[in-house]
Ligand binder design. Sequence first.
Ligand code: UT7
Length: 325
Amino acid sequence: MRAIRAAIVGVGHFLPRRVVPNSEFESFLDTSDHWIKTRTGIESRRFAADDETTADLGSKAAINALSDSGIEPGDIDLIVMATSTPDNTFPATATKVQSEIGMKSGYAFDVQAVCAGFIYALVNANALIRSGEAKRALVVGSETFSRILDMSDRRTCVLFGDGAGAVVLEATETEGGPADRGILSTDIHSDGRYRDLLYVDGGVSTTRTAGYLRMDGKEVFRHAVKKLNATAQAAIDKAKIRAGSIDWIVPHQANYRIISATAKKLGIPEDQVILTIQRHGNTSAASIPLALSEAKSNGKIKAGDVLLLMAIGGGLSWGSVVIRW
Ligand code: UT7
């Protein structure tokens, strides 16, 4: 049965200039390059300049994605932006991106699912495209996590970085089967009983401050390996494909050990996993589109490839998307 699907027709990213190597943390914390590298896979990350905001990074990534697609800002009718580090409490950071890229019509809004944000944003944009509420959408993941890091907490501040990535989705008429181009399946979950495992200890309605990131890393790790495997399997089943048909896993980049354990459980070799954690650290909602953009530009991802995207983060919130490029 013929179906409308959302196909990725452009991808782009933007990273702030300042590279922060692990050694920088050694100067003021009881930590080491060796600990960070072996426990997480991270070697360096980028931090935004003081005057560089989430919207600035997101707009530059969006412009790069538009240029990759050949589509003009005026032909986009939707922006869904995933971020947990908005420029302001309101309006949506997506509306700032909308004006910065010169898009004068359509609609733009933010979604907040922390590190699973890009997956949630894709699910929203996909649903709006399939229902006919949008024809061409920009889905942006952008973060300035450096602004919510407690630089005296070695358990968290070494893990995160800043950056942005974006994709352009376009409504495409397809056969309605697993050989189609575009988003083939989605699977998302949250469980608020675990919200204290990874949270920010401030907020408008509580402390009236922005607050700092807090995490029980060990517990999140334990949930991550289990829940990512389950959601990946669910998305594979919904797409009516086999795990063996997946060309690339493009995971949220939180910890190399989590990524490697998940790929192993799915029976997918590590050379089919896109890894950027070494140079980006954990950029929360930006990590998947950043990885997609790098993998496209270095020639790894090609037309027709099947991709499995997956992420877990605060909430807990998690999910997966299967896409044929
Ligand atoms: O993106 C959202 C989802 N987030 C995640 O998926 C993160 C999941 N969790 C993790 O990636 C890992 O749990 C961490 C990388 C955060 C921590 O690794 P771990 O192997 O679970 O270490 P741990 O928390 O069990 O800590 C082991 C030891 C502790 O020392 P003691 O108590 O054994 O003496 C920590 O105090 O390592 C110590 N430690 C550090 N040492 C040097 C913790 N952070 C550091 C550090 N440098 N930066």
